[in-house]
Ligand binder design. Structure first.
Ligand code: AMP
Length: 380
């Protein structure tokens, strides 16, 4: 919506809705080749919005918010719903523009005040940082993937009056469920581990614990799987009882979602994100199970093995590289086939045929070796 359509203050009055009714069903990538359906209820969204506003600082009808995400990406839910719930103006990105040039200009021209960003997006904006002086931005909120402390610090100079929040969480807990707010006036540098910004503590109403292999809640400093509980948790995957049995557990009578993320709790109660337990990766903020791409590649090429690895390219952007074992067909045909079956961000940008996939000492596919080959081929 352009600023001229921003008329201000008519409060929205919504009819009473059953809190258990579904608000939306979002699909995320699944290892078995079949996407997972995550139903989110009206009650989940209510709890999420309350917790978000409790963490975000005021948003009013004077605000101008950017919404740049596809509607299939759950970060879009907060990017449009929060401003609309407060009567703020929403600025979207038309499909036929050069996205990052457009966004950089929009931030300045329209005096955007609320700015949800995915860390990969900010890498694209980085070349414009020198020209961006955005004193009107009140809140920059990041989510979707690991946020690098140096980028955050650089951004804080472009938007010197902005609150800066790193939100963390999976689709299964309604967009995000934890946060760390960096206040440069109080902490000289963002709290970080290996350059990755802290994910802080659970949002209002939510609980976070780290569990070990045997399902025991771990103490501060012990590394394990991060689990989340509370009113933002999905009732469970759509039509998938076996995945529900695997992905949720009960602790002290409460249902927790096992995020698949490795983390530890600091002694002050905040959490540090360390990485994934599985081969799920993030591409432009989108959640991608490498196994899902491999499943389709195998079906298309019928090689003995198909493995996809993620490689860090320029500006820390993630690219995907496909390896096909003993394949004698046209590699481009496989890539085109993947394009027809998968969303654009899941299609590998490069492919290599190998006689045999390298194995590590455990006899598993040596993904580290393949990653090294892929980086070498990309010249990065
Ligand atoms: P999605 O369901 O698409 O929101 O993806 C959720 C996953 O994204 C999490 O399980 C994490 O692996 C990753 N993620 C989201 N936010 C952050 C963050 N602030 N820092 C590190 N990883 C994150």
């Amino acid at each position: 919506l352009g600023s001229e359509s921003c008329t201000g203050s008519t409060a929205l009055s919504l009819p009473h809705r059953d809190p258990d009714a579904w608000a939306y069903l979002l699909f995320t990538s699944g290892t078995s080749g079949v996407p997972k359906g995550v139903p989110i209820t009206v009650g989940n969204v209510d709890a999420f919005l309350d917790a978000f506003f409790a963490s975000s600082g005021p948003m009013t009808e004077e605000d101008r918010a950017l919404q740049m995400f596809d509607l299939t990406f759950d970060f879009s839910v907060v990017a449009y719903l929060a401003p609309l719930a407060r009567g703020a103006c929403l600025y979207t990105v038309p499909p036929n523009v050069i996205k990052f040039t457009f966004i950089a200009a929009l931030l300045d021209d329209e005096h955007i005040t609320q700015l949800p960003l995915v860390p990969s997006v900010i890498s694209h904006l980085r070349p414009y940082f020198g020209d961006l002086h955005l004193p009107e931005v009140k809140h920059t909120f990041f989510c979707g993937e690991a946020l690098h402390a140096d980028v955050l610090a650089e951004w804080s100079r472009c938007a010197p009056n902005s609150r800066l929040t790193n939100y963390y969480g999976p689709t299964e807990a309604t967009v995000f469920a934890m946060y760390y707010a960096w206040e440069p006036a109080r902490e000289a540098v963002p709290r970080a581990h290996n350059g990755i910004v802290s994910i802080g503590a659970a949002m209002a109403g939510m609980r976070a614990v780290v569990i070990g292999d045997e399902g025991r809640v771990l103490l501060a400093g012990e590394k394990g799987e991060l689990c989340l509980a509370g009113p933002q948790l999905t009732p469970g995957y759509f039509n998938d009882p076996s995945r529900n049995a695997e992905s949720f557990l009960r602790l002290d009578g409460e249902r927790y979602y096992k995020t698949g993320d490795v983390a530890y709790r600091e002694s002050d109660g905040s959490f540090t994100f360390l990485g994934r337990l599985d081969t799920q990766v993030k591409v432009q903020g989108y959640r991608v199970e490498l196994g899902e791409i491999e499943h389709h590649a195998r079906a298309l090429a019928e090689p003995r093995g198909a493995v996809v690895v993620d490689v860090q390219g320029l500006a820390g952007l993630t690219r995907l590289h496909l390896f096909l074992e003993a394949f004698d067909g046209e590699v481009d045909t496989v890539l085109h086939g993947l394009k027809a079956r998968l969303p654009h961000y899941m299609v590998p940008t490069a492919a290599t045929v190998v006689r045999a996939l390298p194995l590590n000492s455990n006899g598993k596919v040596d993904r580290l070796r393949l990653r090294a080959i892929a980086s070498e081929q990309a010249g990065s």
